[in-house]
Design a protein. Structure first.
Lengths: 532, 263
C-alpha cells in the first residue's frame, strides 16, 4: 500500500481542500490581479514629455519613441567620438603611435557650456574609460559595426568591437617615454588587433569577426571621454552628479595600407568645421571636438562621448523588469494563502483528521508543498506572462522608451517570477508549520523577503550593505528578474538600488530556495515530533 | 453617560486581561523591541557620512529599525482582534458587551498602550545607540552635524513611538474589517511595504510625490526627518497626520462593519 498512488491521492486531497475554500481561491486570483495591475502603475504614473515647440512657437504633439542609438542586436549604445578618418576599400591595415594621452573634466558637474572656451572650469585628469586609439568602422550610422584598439585612462590598452566586446592588451598608461603602438588589420570579415611598446615586437590582442561589414569602411584615429560621474546615495535612492569630460590623444606615424582613397577628414580637418556632429562625431561639448594635424603623419584629436553599451539612466526610460514590480503584491497574497493552508488545519482541528488519514506526516507536508508550489507557479507564470507584454504595450503607447531585453532574458524573467511565487509559497507553508500561527508566519515571511529588498533599494543603507542584503537574504531572488546588464567597460553605479544585483539570476533564486529548503526540513522534523 | 463610561472601563479591563494573559503578547513585545533596536544599531554601525553634504539624515539612520519593528506590532495588534474571530470567542465577547464599537475602542486603547510601552523601550534605546555610534562614522561637526541630540532628534524619537502606536491602530482597524489574522497581517504589511517598492517605478515627479505623500509608511516616517525638511514632500507632523488619517479611517471602517455584520 505504500505506493506512489497513496501520495498522489494525498496531493489530490490537498488540491481539493485548496480549491474548495473560496477565500483561498480569491487570494490566488488576487495574487494574479495584483501582479498585473501593480505593474501598470509604472507606465501610468510616468510621463514622457513629447510636446515640442516648433519654430513658429506652436506646440506640436508628435511623439516619437527614439531612445538611444542601437546596434544590430538591439543593444542600446553610445556612439560619440572625434574620429579623423579616411576610406579603406577591401582588406588593409592601419597603424599609429599614441605618444600622449591627457584629459580634462568638470568636478563640480559643469556649468552651462561656454562656446568660446569649452574647457572653462575644467581640471586635468582622464576618466577611467577615456579612450584614444585607432578605429575601423562601418561609417554609415550610429550604432554601426566597428573594431578598435585603444588606450584608456586607467585600464591599459584594450581591443574593443561592436560595443559589448572588450579584451585587455598592454597594461599601464601612455607617456612620451612609454608610447603605445596600435594596429588593426582587416582580412575579409576578420579584424585583428595588435599592440606594441616599440613598433617592432607586436602582440595580437584579439580578433573580431564582423559579419556584414561592407567593403568600404572608415579607418582612422579617434578620442572619446565618458562623462565624469559621482554617485551619492541617500534615503529613497541615489543621485548621480555628472559633468562633461574631454580626452586628447596625440598620434603620429599613422600608416594605412591597402586601397585607401581620398584624404583625411574630421572636425577641423579636410574642410570640416570643428564640433562637427554626425555619426561617430562628438555631441557633448561640441566645440571641443577638434583635431589638428601633428606633423606630416599624425593628428592631435580631442573628443568627448563614448563608444560603448548604454544602460537605462534616470528619467522616463524604462527597463523591462519594471513591468514585474507587481510581483511584490502577488507575493503577499500567495504567502497568506500558503500559511493559511496549514494554520487553518490546526485552528479547526482538521489536522488531526488529516494526520489520521495519512499517518506518515511528512507526506502530508510534501503533498501540501507540491500543491501550493504548483498552483503558485502557474498563477505566477500566467500573471507575469500577461504583465510583461501588457505593461510594455502601455509604455509604448505613452511613447516611453523601453530598454532592450533579449528574448531569453524575458523568458527567464517570467519563469523566474513564477518560481519566486512558488518557492515563497513553500517557504510560507514551512514557517506556518513551524510556528502554527498564520499571522506570525505571514509577517515572518513578508519581513524576510520584502523588507531586505526595501532596505537594499530604498533606504539609508550604503551600497555595500545593500549588496550584502541582496546576497544573503531571501530578497536575493529578485535577481532573477534583472535584465539590465552591468558592463565592465562602462563606469556606472551598479548597485541594487539601480537594479543591479550582486548574484547571477539563478544563483539569487537559489538563495531563496535554500531558505525554503531549510525551513521545510525543520517543519518536516517538527511535524513528526510534535503532537498535533 | 456614566453607564457608557462604566461600560468602557469594564471593556478596557476585559481587553487588558485578555491581552495580558495570552503568552504570545510578551514574546511579540520582546520581538518588536529587539528587532527595532537590532536593525537600528546595524544601520547606525554601517552608514557613514563621507563628507560635508553627504545628505544622510542621522535620525532616519538611527531609527531605521522601526521598519522591522512595525511588522511585529502589526502582528500583535491583528491578533488582539483576529484571534477572537478565529476561536469564536468574539461571539461570547459581544454577548457580554453588546456595544461592539466599545469593544473595538477598548481593544484599540489596550493595544495602543502596549505598543507605546514597546516603543518607549525600543526607540530611545535605538536613538541613544545612534548618538554613540554616528559621530564615529563621519556624522561630525566638520561634515555639518554640529549636534546630533537636537530638538528635531527628540521630535523624530517621539514621532517614531507615535508612528508605532498608529501602526497598531491601523492593524486593529484592518483586522476588524477582514476578521482573519493572516489575511489582515498580509494586508497591513502590503499597505506599508508595497508603496515604497511601487514608488520606485513611478518616474513622473508629481505622481511620485503624490504616492509618497499618500503612502502610510513613507508619509508616517517623514516624522523622522531632521535634515532637508524643505525638500520633503510633507512636513514631519503632516506626514504623521496622513498615517493618523489611515489608522482612524481603518478603525472607523472596521467599527462600522462590526455593527453591520454578524459576528
Amino acid at each position: 500500500m505504500v505506493s506512489s498512488d497513496s501520495f498522489w491521492n494525498l496531493v489530490r486531497a490537498e488540491w481539493t481542500k485548496l480549491r474548495t475554500v473560496r477565500g483561498w481561491m480569491v487570494g490566488l486570483a488576487l495574487a494574479a490581479i495584483l501582479t498585473v495591475a501593480l505593474g501598470m502603475l509604472g507606465p501610468l504614473g510616468s510621463s514622457s514629455s513629447c510636446s515640442q515647440v516648433d519654430s513658429n512657437g506652436a506646440t506640436s504633439h508628435t511623439c516619437h519613441v527614439t531612445g538611444p542609438p542601437r546596434d544590430a542586436s538591439g543593444q542600446e549604445v553610445q556612439d560619440q567620438s572625434t574620429f579623423v578618418r579616411r576610406t579603406l576599400a577591401g582588406d588593409g591595415s592601419i597603424t599609429a603611435r599614441l605618444t600622449s594621452f591627457s584629459g580634462k573634466y568638470s568636478p563640480d558637474g559643469g556649468g552651462p557650456p561656454d562656446p568660446t572656451d569649452p574647457t572653462a572650469g575644467m581640471v586635468d585628469g582622464l576618466q577611467p574609460w577615456s579612450k584614444a586609439g585607432i578605429l575601423i568602422k562601418d561609417g554609415s550610422n550610429f550604432g554601426s559595426a566597428y573594431a578598435a584598439v585603444l588606450a584608456t585612462g586607467s585600464h591599459g590598452v584594450r581591443m574593443q568591437y561592436d560595443y559589448t566586446h572588450d579584451t585587455a592588451g598592454l597594461p599601464g598608461s601612455v607617456t612620451a617615454a612609454a608610447p603605445r603602438w596600435l594596429r588593426l588589420t582587416r582580412a575579409g570579415d576578420v579584424i585583428t588587433g595588435y599592440d606594441s611598446a616599440d613598433g617592432t615586437t607586436w602582440t595580437e590582442i584579439g580578433a573580431a569577426h564582423l559579419a556584414n561589414l561592407p567593403a568600404d569602411v572608415e579607418v582612422g584615429v579617434f578620442a572619446a571621454s565618458p562623462d565624469y560621474a559621482v554617485v551619492k546615495s541617500s534615503f529613497g535612492g541615489s543621485s548621480t552628479n555628472t559633468g562633461p569630460s574631454l580626452a586628447t590623444g596625440t598620434f603620429d606615424r599613422i600608416a594605412v595600407t591597402g586601397q585607401s582613397t581620398g584624404g583625411w577628414s574630421g572636425p577641423g580637418i579636410g574642410g570640416e568645421p570643428s564640433g562637427h556632429s554626425g555619426p561617430g562625431a562628438a555631441q557633448g561639448p561640441a566645440a571641443a571636438a577638434v583635431a589638428a594635424a601633428n606633423g606630416a603623419d599624425g593628428f592631435t584629436v580631442t573628443g568627448s562621448g563614448d563608444i560603448a553599451p548604454a544602460g537605462p539612466g534616470e528619467g522616463a526610460d524604462k527597463s523591462a523588469e519594471g513591468s514585474l514590480v507587481g510581483t511584490f503584491g502577488g507575493l503577499i497574497a500567495v504567502i497568506v494563502v500558503a500559511a493559511l493552508s496549514m494554520t487553518s488545519e490546526y485552528r479547526r482541528g482538521l489536522i488531526r483528521t488529516s494526520l489520521a488519514a495519512s499517518p506518515r506526516r511528512g507526506r502530508l507536508l510534501a503533498a501540501k508543498a507540491v500543491v501550493l508550489g504548483a498552483v503558485s507557479f502557474v498563477v505566477g507564470l500566467v500573471a507575469a506572462a500577461i504583465a510583461v507584454p501588457t505593461v510594455r504595450a502601455v509604455e509604448h503607447s505613452k511613447s516611453m522608451y523601453v530598454y532592450h531585453a533579449s528574448t531569453g532574458a524575458q523568458i527567464r524573467m517570467v519563469i523566474g517570477t513564477a518560481a519566486i511565487l512558488a518557492v515563497a509559497a513553500v517557504f510560507a507553508l514551512a514557517i506556518a508549520t513551524i510556528v502554527r500561527r498564520g499571522a506570525a508566519a505571514v509577517a515572518a515571511v513578508i519581513v524576510a523577503i520584502i523588507l531586505p529588498y526595501i532596505l537594499a533599494v530604498a533606504s539609508v543603507l550604503p551600497a555595500g550593505a545593500a549588496e550584502w542584503l541582496a546576497r544573503l537574504t531571501p530578497a536575493a531572488a529578485f535577481a532573477v528578474q534583472q535584465t539590465v546588464k552591468p558592463w565592465p567597460m562602462v563606469e556606472a553605479s551598479y548597485t541594487p538600488a539601480n537594479g543591479y544585483y550582486p548574484l547571477s539570476p539563478w544563483a539569487g533564486l537559489a538563495v531563496l530556495c535554500l531558505y525554503a529548503a531549510v525551513a521545510y526540513a525543520i517543519a518536516h522534523r517538527l511535524l513528526r515530533r510534535r503532537d498535533a | 453617560m456614566t453607564m457608557t463610561a462604566g461600560a468602557f472601563a469594564d471593556a478596557l479591563h476585559a481587553e487588558w486581561t485578555k491581552l495580558r494573559t495570552v503568552v504570545g503578547t510578551a514574546w511579540l513585545l520582546a520581538a518588536a523591541v529587539v528587532l527595532t533596536i537590532g536593525l537600528s544599531v546595524a544601520s547606525a554601525a554601517t552608514v557613514t557620512c563621507d563628507g560635508a553634504g553627504c545628505g544622510e539624515d542621522p535620525a532616519k539612520v538611527g531609527l531605521l529599525g522601526v521598519l522591522a519593528g512595525q511588522a511585529v506590532v502589526a502582528v500583535l495588534a491583528v491578533l488582539a482582534v483576529g484571534e477572537e474571530y478565529g476561536t469564536g470567542m468574539i461571539r461570547l465577547t459581544f454577548a457580554a458587551m453588546p456595544r461592539r464599537e466599545l469593544v473595538l475602542a477598548a481593544k484599540a486603547v489596550v493595544v495602543a498602550a502596549v505598543t507605546a510601552v514597546a516603543g518607549v523601550l525600543a526607540v530611545p534605546a535605538s536613538a541613544l545607540a545612534a548618538l554613540a555610534l554616528l559621530p564615529r562614522h563621519g556624522f561630525t561637526a566638520a561634515h555639518g552635524y554640529q549636534h546630533l541630540a537636537t530638538a528635531a532628534t527628540l521630535r523624530a524619537s517621539v514621532g517614531s513611538v507615535l508612528y508605532l502606536v498608529l501602526i497598531a491602530l491601523l492593524s486593529v482597524g484592518v483586522a476588524s474589517l477582514l476578521r482573519d489574522s493572516a489575511a489582515s497581517v498580509g494586508t497591513v504589511l502590503g499597505l506599508l511595504y508595497l508603496f515604497p517598492v511601487l514608488a520606485q517605478v513611478i518616474s513622473d515627479p508629481d505622481w511620485h510625490r503624490r504616492a509618497t505623500q499618500l503612502a502610510p509608511m513613507l508619509a508616517g516616517l517623514d516624522v523622522q526627518s531632521t535634515i532637508g525638511l524643505a525638500g520633503q514632500p510633507l512636513s514631519p507632523w503632516q506626514g504623521l497626520g496622513v498615517l493618523t488619517a489611515w489608522a482612524f479611517g481603518m478603525l472607523g471602517l472596521g467599527g462600522a462593519m462590526l455593527r453591520l455584520r454578524d459576528a
